[in-house]
Design a protein around this ligand. Sequence first.
Ligand code: NAD
Ligand code: UDP
Length: 319
Amino acid sequence: MNKRRALVTGGAGFVGSHLCDALLADGYSVVVADNLLTGRRSNLEHLRTDTRLEFVQQDVSEPFDFGPVDYVFHFASPASPVDYSAHGIPTLKVGSLGTFHSLDVARKYGAGFLLASTSECYGDPLEHPQKETYWGHVNPIGPRSVYDEAKRFAEAVTMAYLRYHQVNTHIVRIFNTYGPRMQINDGRVIPNFMRQAMRGEGLTIYGDGSQTRSFCYVSDEVEGILRLSRSDEHTPVNIGNPNEFTILECAQEVLAVTGSKSRLSHEPLPQDDPKQRRPDISKAKQLLGWEPKINLKTGLKMSLDYFRQAVGADKSSRT
Ligand code: NAD
Ligand code: UDP
C-alpha cells in the first residue's frame, strides 16, 4: 500500500490535534502547519516521538508548500468567540487567504481537500433545526462577522475550486464540539463552566440562559469528518450532535458531573449571540452512515480528567 501523507492546517488546535491522532491511526503520515495563534505544541506532545508526525510553525495566510500530500484538511482558524474577536483580521485572512493557499496545495498535488466550516454559517438561525439547504441569517457587519463571513467565503472558495479546478473538495459544518485539549480560557461555554465549577466560582450564564446549543463530543465529530473526507459528497454536511440543551441545562449538567456547589451568575448576552442551534443530521446519516454515540453527560465525564489537570495547572483567573 502506498504511504499516504496528509496536511492538517491548525493541527495544533483542539479538533485538529484529535484529527491528527485519527489520521495516524488510519495509516497516514501527517504534516501540521500551525502558527500557534490559539493552538499549542502540547496538544501534539504525546506524538513527539512519532516520526510520522511533522510540525511546521507556519501562518497559512501566507503561501506555503511542504511537498506532495494526498489530502489537505484545512482547520486553521480561531474558533471561539473570544479568540476570533481578539484576532478579527487574522480570522478574516485565514478564512480567505488561508483557504486559497490550502486549496492551491491540494490542486498542485491532486490531493483531496476538506474545509472545517461551521454552524456559524447559519448565523442566528430563523430555521430550526438547521438543514444544509438553509442559507442562514448572518449579520455581515456585526462582531461575529469576522468569523461567520470568513467561513462563508471559505465555503465559496472551496466550491469554486471544485467547479473551476476540479479539486476533490469537501465541506463539514461543525456544530459545537467539546472534549479534552480545549483551552480552558478560550471563553467557550464548556471550558468556562468546567473551570468555574472546579474552582467553586459562579457559572457565568450570558443572558437568561434560554439560548440553546447542541454539543458533540470530539471523537464523534472526528469520526464524521473522516467519513466525509472519504465520501463523494462535495456540498456541505452538518456534523454535530442533535441533542439540544439550553445554556441553563448545560450548566446543570456540568454541576452534576463535577459535583460542584457553584452558583449561577448572570452576565449580559453578547451581541448577535444565536438564540438556538441544532443540526439536522439526516444528510450525514444517509450519506455517511454516521451519527454521534456519546451524550453530553458521558462526554463531560470523559473530559473530567483533562479539565481537572488543566485547571490545576492554570494560574490565571480569566473568566
Ligand atoms: P482551536 O483554536 O483549538 O484550533 C485552531 C488552530 O488553528 C490553532 O492551533 C491555531 O493556532 C491555528 N491557526 C489559527 N490561525 C492560523 C493561521 N493563520 N495559520 C496557521 N494556523 C492557524 O479551535 P478548534 O475548536 O480546534 O477549531 C478548529 C477548526 O474547526 C476551526 O477552523 C474552527 O472554525 C472549526 N470549528 C470548530 C468548532 C468547535 O466547536 N470546536 C465548531 C465549528 C467549527
Ligand atoms: N455562554 C455562557 N456563558 C459562558 C460562555 C458562553 O452563557 O461563560 C453562552 C454563549 O452566550 C452562547 C453559548 O453559551 O449562547 C455558547 O457559547 P460558545 O462561546 O461556547 O460558542 P458559540 O456557539 O456561541 O460559538
